[in-house]
Design a protein around this ligand. Structure first.
Ligand SMILES: *[C@@H]1O[C@H](CO)[C@@H](O)[C@H](O)[C@H]1NC(C)=O
Ligand SMILES: *[C@@H]1O[C@H](CO)[C@@H](O)[C@H](O)[C@H]1NC(C)=O
Ligand SMILES: *[C@@H]1O[C@H](CO)[C@@H](O)[C@H](O)[C@H]1NC(C)=O
Ligand SMILES: *[C@@H]1O[C@H](CO)[C@@H](O)[C@H](O)[C@H]1NC(C)=O
Length: 307
């Protein structure tokens, strides 16, 4: 078989196009997505020289170089002053750069550029984003709730978080289970420059199934990426329906529903369920609750519509 140079070249380029990355340095960097203000930041680079020598590693902040490591000459490390960037020299080398006292002004783009030594001087660059987080000073709070509710009441609870940068995300849990978005209204308020306060209002109709031994736990969780999280919990109680009759003989939730409020529930089931689903009010497991959320979404929309 005769060696066909053109075919060989064509084949080579086809393979290079498909697997071209494998011929490079396979540069990968690790820049934290978020870090708390005042903390240390560790920037890491991973590359494979495949036996070739390293020429230089350079780090840039928003395209301004602040750290250079070179393998030629006496001074192998050079620092370039950039506002807010404080390199810890003794902890930094070719594969990692450590910055101390992160401040909000260094939020932005970090890039690493690695160059192989001669003859190739092959160069590769990777970029990633860092956000310096200035969290709220205080924990979030829940306001607007009463300590007791009766069936048919509406619970309207507002969770509020102090100013922060960036804004916190607020999520709700009822008895440990996350609450779907349709029962929640959220808004944010800019306080000073970049600082933002967050609010989230949860509104739902009270049904017996929501209560565990007469108690319902509302929890509001505030978090900023995975670097800051606080939460607050509020327990509300189910008010006994016929306090005069039942006195303290048995807790309200163990009683069979009395006629004076079963009408309300009946209406709730009829309103949604003309298909004849048999889930009764006495069921209090998760499938029933999911049904309740659906129903209450319906109820909430009816209430808004009437308004
Ligand atoms: C850079 O420093 C880190 C931490 O001290 C160390 O694990 C790593 O091996 C060093 N890299 C080089 C190329 O010396
Ligand atoms: C808030 O949540 C959204 C959606 O999950 C996410 O994209 C965003 O990064 C979060 N923000 C913070 C500050 O955690
Ligand atoms: C939940 O309720 C459904 C329907 O009422 C029932 O079929 C199911 O077995 C119940 N599940 C549990 C874990 O109790
Ligand atoms: C409404 O209920 C159905 C079945 O009961 C369930 O598949 C669906 O996920 C529920 N929708 C919401 C938004 O919870």
């Amino acid at each position: 078989m005769r060696f066909d140079g053109r075919r060989f070249l064509f084949g080579f380029f086809a393979i290079y196009t498909l697997f071209g990355d494998c011929f490079g340095l396979e540069l990968r960097i690790e820049v934290p997505k978020a870090v708390l203000k005042g903390r240390e930041v560790i920037l890491k680079s991973f590359f494979d020289l495949e036996g070739d020598k390293l020429y230089s590693v350079k780090w840039y902040h928003n395209s301004a170089e602040f750290y250079r490591y070179t393998t030629t000459g006496k001074d192998s490390v050079k620092l370039f002053p950039i506002r807010g960037i404080h390199v810890v020299e003794e902890k930094s080398n070719a594969t990692q750069v450590v910055l101390k006292h992160a401040t909000r002004i260094i939020s932005g783009q970090f890039s690493c550029e690695v160059t192989e030594d001669q003859p190739s001087f092959f160069t590769e660059m990777k970029t990633s984003f860092l956000e310096v987080v200035d969290p709220p000073i205080n924990d979030p709070i829940i306001v607007g709730t009463k300590s007791k509710y009766k069936i048919g009441d509406y619970v309207k609870a507002t969770c509020s978080a102090d100013k922060s940068d960036p804004a916190v995300n607020l999520t709700w849990h009822i008895n440990g289970r996350p609450v779907e978005g349709s029962l929640i209204r959220k808004f944010r308020k800019t306080v000073e420059g970049a600082y933002i306060s967050s609010y989230s209002t949860l509104q739902f109709g009270v049904t017996e199934q929501l209560f565990n031994e007469g108690k319902l736990k509302l929890r509001c969780i505030a978090n900023i990426h995975d670097v800051w999280q606080r939460s607050v919990e509020r327990t509300i109680e189910l008010r006994k329906q016929k306090q005069l009759d039942t006195a303290d003989t048995a807790p309200a939730w163990t009683q069979t529903p009395s006629t004076d409020f079963s009408n309300e529930k009946y209406w709730l089931y009829v309103a949604k369920d003309s298909s004849g689903t048999t889930d009764g009010p006495a069921n209090s497991n998760s499938s029933t609750n999911a049904l309740w959320f659906n129903k209450s979404m319906f109820l909430v929309s009816v209430v808004f519509y009437i308004r």
